[in-house]
Design a protein around this ligand. Structure first.
Ligand code: 6CS
Length: 338
């Protein structure tokens, strides 16, 4: 058992022993866990959500940043069982629970233009209606999905095309389609929870990983890798949800406050991220001037794009008709924001 899990177990027991165990409408302190720190994007969203709820109702929100209650899988379990009322879990970790949410890992499906992406997340029927039912089947009320920026690969050796990923043990989130994606790119995918990534790179158990630029800086990934490569293949998406029994048991005005808080935080977080990737990349270069940053050319991206078709076919194999419908709806929604 890792130290994080041990601490998570202890923290969860403390919660269970407390008087606030019931997740029903009577609870006036609502617990909200997320996968990042207070200063990172999910933490900023959560603080805005809390601010709105507390300013517009009698309820309080208690925030649990990454590590305080365990890994992503732990906080999802705690939310499904009603120990937590709210959770931010990225589809990168929701693959086994909601296979259709793996659609976010079909390479080159989403645009890298953040403004376009924001409009897509705001208006998409797939995001705002179809996914609601899929999450509801797992006892979750989906409140919002939002983007956290284009992901970049960080590695110990240069990546100028798929051939350079050959033999690279590349950490991915624990998501079957993401595993297949990196296999199709030519790497050896290694699914790991977040807590094992820095140490894994340091000890050379893995030699690469991907994440949005702000996260590369805040987690000092430049200390354990030497190359940052942008292939434009994906954006990091995350999802905020509530325990559905808790949500359904609330008075209509409380549900409205929650929906309004989720929307206010959504507007805030899109705005907050303007220029963030650029400012955080500049900080990385300042912290480590010898870090090599490469934006792949169209030619260098060709093999990643070829692999995308294969990954899309695997997504359909894994998810069947429902997955196909979500994918088609997403393509229509994306065309509408072009
Ligand atoms: O790669 C990960 O596991 C993490 N990446 C981000 C941007 N947020 C949370 C997640 O755990």
């Amino acid at each position: 058992m890792t130290m994080t899990r041990l601490l998570a177990g202890t923290a969860t027991l403390a919660l269970l022993a407390g008087p606030l165990l019931a997740a029903g409408a009577a609870a006036d302190t609502w617990r909200y866990a997320f996968e990042e720190s207070m200063d990172e994007v999910q933490g900023q969203y959560a603080q805005k959500f809390k601010e709105h709820i507390e300013a517009n109702s009698d309820h309080e929100i208690q925030l649990f940043p990454y590590g305080t209650l365990g890994e992503s899988a732990d906080i999802m379990e705690q939310t499904q069982s009603g120990i937590l009322q709210f959770v931010d879990q990225s589809p990168g970790f929701t693959g086994a629970l909601i296979p259709e949410a793996q659609v976010f890992f079909v390479p080159y499906l989403l645009p890298t233009d953040q403004e376009k992406l924001g409009r897509f997340f705001r208006d998409s029927k797939a995001i705002n209606e179809d996914f609601q039912d899929l999450y509801a089947e797992q006892g979750l009320e989906l409140l919002k999905m939002f983007p956290e920026g284009e992901v970049a690969m960080t590695t110990k050796s240069p990546v100028e095309g798929c051939d350079d990923l050959n033999e690279v043990k590349f950490r991915v989130m624990t998501n079957p389609l993401l595993v297949e994606s990196y296999r199709a790119f030519g790497a050896t995918p290694t699914p790991l929870p977040w807590g094992e990534v820095y140490g894994g790179l340091q000890t050379n158990i893995i030699q690469g990983q991907e994440n949005p630029t702000f996260y590369l800086y805040s987690n000092k990934l430049y200390e354990v890798t030497d190359y940052i490569t942008y292939a434009g293949h994906n954006n990091f998406t995350t999802a905020v949800m509530a325990n559905k029994d808790f949500y359904d048991g609330l008075a209509a005005e409380d549900q409205q406050v929650i929906q309004d808080a989720a929307s206010a935080a959504f507007d805030f977080i899109l705005d907050y991220q303007k220029g963030l990737a650029e400012s955080e990349l500049a900080k990385i270069k300042e912290a480590k001037p010898e870090m090599t940053v490469t934006v792949l050319t169209d030619e260098q991206r060709a093999c990643f794009k070829e692999a995308a078709a294969e990954v899309e076919a695997m997504y359909i194999d894994m998810t069947g008709e429902r997955g196909r419908e979500i994918l088609e709806q997403m393509k229509q929604d994306l065309a509408a924001v072009e």
